[in-house]
Ligand binder design. Sequence first.
Ligand code: DX5
Ligand code: ZN
Length: 223
Amino acid sequence: MKYIIAPSILSADFGNLQRDIEMINHSEADWFHVDVMDGVFVPNISFGFPVMAAVKKHATKPLDVHLMIVEPDKYIEDFAKAGADRITVHYEACTHLHRTIQLIKASGCKAGVALNPHTPVTLLQDVIEDLDLVLIMSVNPGFGGQAFIHNTYKKIHDLKALIRGVNEDLVVEVDGGVGLQNIAALASAGANAFVAGNAIFAAENPTKTIAEMKQQLVSNISI
Ligand code: DX5
Ligand code: ZN
């Protein structure tokens, strides 16, 4: 499977958002990762529809929307209309997860579920066949620039075991503390989509850093 790099625009310079979007457009990155936070599910507020519409206007690559909000069902149609290609909701925020997944699919988007660091992968067993993507949080959601949680490797292995023979096309995405120092190891463990905020936007040359990440993944293929 192809490896996906998804820069998180949460770490972009919002005063120069169009410039940063163009940088991603012209880089080797594959998706835009769009983090929506409501100040309730997570202790931070990021942005909503107007900013997402601005991103969509300039982005030439798919929008991978990560909803860190309670009651996501209320807004799925709006996120689809605002240009989401993939919508990922949190397991911990959905009382009726099966219904939420069906709502995402009915909106025309690919459906993902995110797991907080404490949430075991096995809890997805009864919906795994319905999913296009599972996002394993490798930090506690809410902020960019946090330290990677090592137990993520075990969770990737658990998820690979869960999808074997059942849904092998599922995208295994890792989000939080991902960078040049761990991307190859994460790919070896079985991840195939990598969100990176700080590692890209705090780099001296973000375009080069994205290319180096891709290079690490190419080297991984040949192992
Ligand atoms: C955290 C967000 C992440 C964040 C990643 O809650 O879901 O997408 O932007 O940022 P880094 O790569 O800096 O950990
Ligand atoms: Zn995210």
